[in-house]
Unconditional design. Structure first.
Length: 165
């Protein structure tokens, strides 16, 4: 980041722009601009806002902001890839120890609510049952009575049998 900051600083000086003028035009403080030019990443709380500042500054200086941001991303990747897994585990262990050392009382413990799944299961089942009931009601209302015009053979035999005697 130091090289990128130096590049931005030299470009600003070559363009004949003072630190105060650039800071005012960009809406930044002079200390923020100095930190960018000095490569002091830790002076910024948020890396994403720093990335936006670098983009704006490069555009302000007439540079290709995409190339400058790519250079910044390369720095971030190189910087973050140097963190070892052991360092990450150690930081997590320290955080866990810090949590365990806190005084716990019934009044300060934050109780996490369990997610209740039953409404998400019960509501679709109820809706499905409602559709089934509505379907059967509508189908029974719309059903026309079945009229069989043909008599079965046995009924015919009885009918014929009654009138022949």
């Amino acid at each position: 980041m130091k090289e990128l900051g130096e590049y931005l600083k030299h470009t600003r000086i070559d363009n004949g722009v003072s630190m105060e003028e650039a800071a005012e035009d960009l809406g930044l403080s002079t200390s923020q601009l100095e930190n960018i030019e000095n490569g002091n990443v830790r002076a910024f709380k948020d890396v994403y806002s720093l990335k936006q500042y670098v983009h704006q500054y490069a555009k302000y200086l007439g540079l290709d902001p995409e190339k400058v941001v790519d250079e910044f991303n390369g720095f971030l990747f190189e910087h973050t890839s140097k963190i070892s897994l052991d360092d990450i585990k150690e930081a997590q262990r320290k955080l866990d120890e810090k949590e365990q050392k806190k005084i716990k009382s019934p009044y300060t413990i934050v109780h996490k609510k369990k997610k209740q799944i039953w409404p998400f299961v019960l509501i679709p089942i109820a809706i499905a049952l409602l559709f089934v009931v509505i379907y059967f009601i509508v189908s029974s209302i719309n059903r026309a009575p079945v009229v069989d015009t043909e008599l079965s053979i046995e009924v015919r035999k009885e009918y014929i049998h009654e009138f022949t005697y």
